[in-house]
Ligand binder design. Structure first.
Ligand SMILES: [Zn+2]
Length: 179
């Protein structure tokens, strides 16, 4: 099947765009190799914290732009965010629980690029959770949904609570906002 995301290529500049946003199309191994190189250089926990901040900011900005341009409400924007990530090949996200009153939720991820690459490289499950890059994605999208701006420190906590690399059928992220 063909991609579900619209891709416009500028004839003059060669720039790819989806929903007006410049995009880069690259091999999965390139992205994961870079990811693993930074993880090794910085140490996993330092990189994880840095990545969470950076990707949360990007997710909030992306959602804000979609809200303005598409006229979706915040919850539809949140759902659209994970649909677009799925359509762009990061893995197949599904929102299992989204409780805005209780300020928490849960998202499943099948065929995560990080789990697939780790499986290929190790030839089997690695026994550890490898998809922590998405924790910031979830943090940012949920912060957006709760109405927190980029400038405010996030009170959302999101974690990969199980990973396909540990032998599970799929990965799962739980998230909650502190009062
Ligand atoms: Zn995972």
């Amino acid at each position: 099947m063909q991609p579900a995301v619209p891709i416009d290529v500028d004839e003059t500049s060669g720039i790819w765009r989806t929903d007006g946003l410049p995009m880069v199309y690259l091999p999965r191994h390139f992205l994961v190799n870079n990811h693993l190189a930074v993880e090794e250089a910085l140490g996993r926990e330092a990189y994880r914290a840095m990545l969470r901040t950076a990707t949360a900011k990007s997710a909030i900005e992306w959602c804000g732009a979609q809200l303005r341009d598409k006229g979706l409400d915040p919850e539809a924007t949140f759902r659209h965010y994970f649909q677009r990530l799925s359509q762009r090949g990061w893995g197949q996200f599904s929102i299992d629980v989204l409780d805005t009153a209780d300020r928490r939720g849960s998202i499943s991820l099948r065929n995560s690029i990080f789990a697939l690459e780790a499986g290929q490289r190790a030839g089997q499950s690695t026994g550890q959770r490898v998809c922590y890059m998405f924790e910031g994605f979830v943090t940012g999208a949920f912060s957006f949904l709760l109405g927190n701006s980029v400038a405010l420190p996030s009170n959302v906590e999101a974690g990969e609570v199980r990973c396909a690399c540990e032998g599970h059928d799929h990965c799962r992220f739980d998230f909650a906002a502190r009062p």
